[in-house]
Design a protein around this ligand. Structure first.
Ligand code: GLY
Length: 385
């Protein structure tokens, strides 16, 4: 597989273009991630030059729609696209369910969506995952453009084609791999996020440093505060560096047969916490990932793979930026947490597969962790009742 991301992507201060080349896979060949400041106004043209003038259907949510839908419809119209009435889902992880998926599919079909209709996902991870799944199913698949509006979606979920909904069996347990045709990441849209949401997305930024880029991890430790404070240059650098890493990994392993699993650092712990606490306001996805990354580093240190200083350094930085490093108060059940971890999508025949690290920037896939060690770790991290 060829990977163009390494040679062609370039972090700019003004903006960045990160191409993902999937030309040797069976899916659509490749697409661009366009990153910049205030580029929502260019969305109509960015789409038209790549995908032609289209009949568009926007899927958004009750938080993001009122802020940006009218502007997006206007710029689509000016660029020569036509626009079907938008679908607005309730904001929040609870919308990633069968009932909302069914409503969205019904609405799409009732609006006259055909194979040439372009779906535009305007929102954070929930909208992107649900709209991606709906786009992959309706008419056996129609084109989708992702316009991520949260930091988490800009650096992770809008890129790479994972779609999904949550079930009682776990997060994203029903979904497809379905690549978008274009991603437009406008960092100016991050201004509308609550501090807690942007911090939550930052956990996914720092993840790329922990997985494979020690220099980027150091950059995060020095510049994370600026990014969270709204510094555009820092945001563009962080989004483009994160997307460059993700593009390379996805190009090498679109279906997560190997390396892509590294992107789940902290997620097996985190997903179990999110599922047990009910995907609600108690714990946002990035917060669960932050806790999960600290747990994965601690376990790596306890098993002798990395130094305890690396684990403490991560914990200290996360605390400094205001992310949680231990689970919030809740009536946890370690057996249930273990069961959820064994049901995680990475698990093989019920055996846990965890992402551990040999140091900053040196994550690896481990199939050898003993259940007893994970249980002890939960006992150490869970709040004492
Ligand atoms: N969020 C992990 C992945 O896209 O593979």
């Amino acid at each position: 597989m060829t990977v163009k991301a390494s040679s062609q992507s370039r972090p700019y201060t003004q903006g960045a273009l990160v191409p993902i080349d999937l030309s040797s896979t069976k899916g659509p060949a490749s697409y661009d991630i366009v990153i910049g400041d205030s580029i929502l106004s260019e969305a109509g043209n960015l789409i038209a030059v790549r995908l032609g003038k289209r009949r568009c259907l926007i899927i958004t949510d009750s938080n993001v729609g009122p802020l940006y839908r009218v502007q997006l419809e206007a710029v689509l119209g000016v660029a020569g696209h036509s626009v079907l009435p938008a679908i607005t889902i309730p904001a929040g992880e609870a919308s990633k369910d069968f009932a909302t998926l069914q409503k969205v599919l019904d609405h799409m079909l009732a609006s006259g969506v055909d194979r040439k209709t372009l779906i535009i996902a305007l929102g954070g991870g929930v909208v992107g995952d649900l709209a991606g799944l709906a786009a992959s199913l309706v008419m056996r698949g129609v084109d989708i453009v992702q316009i991520p509006t949260s930091l988490l979606a800009q650096v992770d979920s809008s890129v790479g084609g994972k779609t999904g909904i949550d079930t009682k069996h776990g997060k994203n347990t029903v979904g497809t791999f379905y690549q978008p045709r274009l991603v437009i990441a406008d960092v100016a849209l991050l201004d509308s996020l609550h501090e807690r949401e942007i911090r939550s997305g930052y956990a996914e930024v720092i993840k790329y440093g922990l997985i494979k880029d020690a220099a980027f991890y150091e950059w995060c430790r020095s510049n994370g505060g600026k990014l969270l404070g709204g510094d555009r240059e820092a945001q563009i650098y962080a989004v483009s560096t994160s997307c460059t890493h993700k593009a390379k990994i996805v190009a090498a392993d679109e279906r997560e047969a190997g390396e892509r699993a590294l992107l789940n650092l902290g997620h097996t712990f985190g997903h179990a916490l999110e599922t047990i606490t009910g995907y609600g306001n108690l714990l946002l996805h990035g917060e669960a990932v932050a806790i999960g990354m600290v747990m994965a580093m601690k376990l790596s240190a306890q098993l002798g793979f990395c130094s305890h200083n690396d684990a403490y350094g991560l914990r200290d930085h996360l605390v400094k930026v205001g992310l949680p490093v231990t689970p919030p108060a809740f009536d946890y059940d370690i057996d249930r947490l273990m069961e959820l971890m064994a049901q995680d999508k990475k698990a093989e025949a019920g055996k846990m597969v965890l992402i551990l690290t040999k140091g900053i920037g040196q994550a690896f896939i481990s199939r050898d962790v003993k259940d007893g060690d994970v249980r002890e770790l939960w006992a150490e991290f869970l709040p004492k009742t």
